[in-house]
Design a protein. Sequence first.
Lengths: 128, 128
Amino acid sequence: MREYYTITELTREFGISTRTLRFYEDEGLIAPVRRGRTRLFRPSDRHLIRQILRGKRLGFSIAEIREIIQMYREPPGEVGQLKLMIRRIEEKREELRQKRRDLEETLAELDDAEENCVERLVELGVTT
Amino acid sequence: MREYYTITELTREFGISTRTLRFYEDEGLIAPVRRGRTRLFRPSDRHLIRQILRGKRLGFSIAEIREIIQMYREPPGEVGQLKLMIRRIEEKREELRQKRRDLEETLAELDDAEENCVERLVELGVTT
DNA sequence: CACGGCATTTACGTAAAAGTCAATTTGCGC
DNA sequence: GCGCAAATTGACTTTTACGTAAATGCCGTG
């Protein structure tokens, strides 16, 4: 496991721009260390970036991704905070389950659509 | 099955604004019929709205949703077009399968996070 | 030490997806 | 046929998530 990654290494790996990584830092999603003014990204930062991009693909906003990332962190020490966090996590999981239902429905409709197309091809006498 | 719905009925049902529905019409996603200037939404429009909102929850842009909706429509008559459409559908399905992987990973990490919280509560001597 | 090549900061720009507001227009309920 | 809530249109504004440009810093190499 490498100790540090440069900003351009990560932009190439993930197919994003330096602007995007700096933006995520401004938004408090990542906090790479510095050598002088230069950012050095640790493996943990790299993992965070993966989580951020995953969240993006699922249609979460930066604010939502920030919330989700906080859920992955060390649980708080105070009981009330812990219970609140558990409730929040459960809410987010419910949201994800809704997304899963949406996803399955969309996949099913696309299956139908493709089948219709194939059928139509057969009608036209095309040997698939 | 009702023949027509008014715009406000649908905004209430789906929890969106009239502005949003008109915006979707401007974008060519729906095309309710008119009586004078008033829009009348048919069940098929209602179903389209459901599909649009599903797409939105999955993080698709209007442009992407427009593409997906076209995939649900009657397959084209020409062989080349049909094959193209089948390829497009397959691409979109692959994208959805990626989203499903993202979703399962995120759910798994949230499961872990919740478990950590519960564990921490037990350490603090809280009877769940 | 000058140079090329990344990095950084600051500042402004922009596209998408609506929200908001104001000024009409309609149509149904009596 | 009238009144008024509901609907429409058009213009303008807002938010999010970066893109882009300009000016400057840092650093290894020949």
